[in-house]
Design a protein around this ligand. Structure first.
Ligand SMILES: [Zn+2]
Length: 269
């Protein structure tokens, strides 16, 4: 019995020290768990994105598709300008940006590492103006830039696989690795997805506001958009809330970021 306790303690120490040594600061300055290397993540993201689009062909040549293209292009420009101004262009150096509208009634959107943006047609009725769509696109890009999916994936690797590296899991059990990846990055629809934490949500709300402000979209639209989400959350909760959990403090937090965002917005030509 004593021996068992001893081994359990040793294993506990090993796992905890792996977690400790695998910590890195994300772009918001928070210590995050990182058991996945960016190269592996980019490769898997590209594979999943391609597979997703094969099953969900993008809509082209409609006013809605044009709106997604117009807003995404401008927000991407804002992201690049903002990161350049704060000396963090390296965060998107390997990105090859793409954006798509797909026909799906879910009110949802995501951005994979590497800059692959997908907007579901179901969210368009909730984003009446370009400013409101910019809120969604900016927020999703922020999750990718701040490596939140990598963090969720690392937490799952620690919880379910004792902190194995993703590349190890890939070689030993590729289907588990792919399922874990899809859940962590919110791509899977049938497999279930993992929700971002409230900390991650707040970080993305803040960074997303700055990106859209740099793109000359009015950051005040974030308040109206999330108010709409909240109103809908009881009767008919939009899909986006299941991966992007909200609470009463979200709008209050956004308001504390608005003065700085408006400063950026007013500086743009
Ligand atoms: Zn989110």
């Amino acid at each position: 019995m004593k021996k068992l306790h001893f081994f359990a303690a040793i294993i506990g120490i090993i796992v905890m020290s792996m977690a400790f040594y695998s910590c890195e600061k994300n772009a918001s300055g928070r210590n995050t768990l990182s058991l996945v290397d960016d190269g592996t993540v980019m490769t898997m993201a590209q594979e999943q994105y391609t597979a997703f689009l094969n099953e969900n062909p993008p809509v082209t040549g409609t006013p809605e598709a044009d709106k997604v293209a117009r807003v995404s292009t401008r927000v991407i420009g804002g992201v690049q300008q903002y990161l350049s101004d704060i000396g963090q262009s390296g965060l998107v150096s390997g990105y090859q940006w793409e954006f798509n509208l797909i026909n799906n009634e879910q009110a949802n959107a995501w951005c994979m590492p590497g800059g692959k943006i997908v907007v579901y047609s179901g969210i368009l009725p909730l984003t009446a103006t370009d400013d409101e769509l910019a809120v969604v696109v900016g927020h999703e890009i922020a999750h990718a830039v701040l490596k939140h999916g990598n963090e969720r994936l690392s937490q799952q690797l620690l919880a379910s696989y004792g902190g194995a590296a993703l590349s190890t899991l890939m070689s030993q059990n590729p289907s588990d690795a792919q399922q874990l990846f899809a859940a962590a990055f919110g791509v899977g629809s049938t497999l279930g997805t993992l929700a971002f934490s409230r900390k991650q949500e707040t970080e993305s709300d803040e960074a997303g506001l700055y990106y859209m402000a740099y793109a000359k979209y009015n950051p005040n639209a974030a308040v109206t958009f999330w108010e709409k989400m909240q109103q809908q959350s009881t009767a008919n909760p939009p899909e986006i809330l299941s991966t992007h959990p909200s609470d009463d403090t979200r709008i209050a937090d956004i308001k504390t970021f608005l003065p700085k965002a408006m400063e950026y917005y007013n500086k743009q030509q």
